[in-house]
Design a protein around this ligand. Structure first.
Ligand code: SF4
Ligand code: SF4
Length: 62
C-alpha cells in the first residue's frame, strides 16, 4: 500500500506549487477557502509535493 499524504489546511497558504508539481493531478484547490487538498484516490504516494511545499504543510502518515 502506498503512503498517504495529507495537507494541513491550517499551514497551507494556497500558493498552488504542490498542485503544479503533482503529475497525477491529485491536488486540487478548495473553491471556498482557497486551500489545497489531496485526492487520495488519485495520489500515487510519490512524495514530490511534500518536497516542494515551502511551508512544509504536506506530511505523510506512515
Ligand atoms: S505548496 Fe504547500 S502552501 Fe502551497 S498550496 Fe501546496 S500545501 Fe499549500
Ligand atoms: S504524493 Fe505525489 S501523487 Fe500524491 S499528491 Fe503528492 S505529488 Fe501528487
Amino acid at each position: 500500500m502506498s503512503k498517504v499524504y495529507t495537507i494541513d489546511v491550517k499551514s497551507c497558504a494556497g500558493c498552488g506549487l504542490c498542485a503544479s508539481d503533482c503529475q497525477s493531478m491529485a491536488i486540487n484547490q478548495d473553491n471556498i477557502e482557497g486551500k489545497f487538498s489531496i485526492n487520495s484516490s488519485l495520489c500515487t504516494g510519490c512524495g514530490s509535493c511534500a518536497t516542494v511545499c515551502p511551508l512544509n504543510a504536506i506530511t505523510v502518515q506512515k
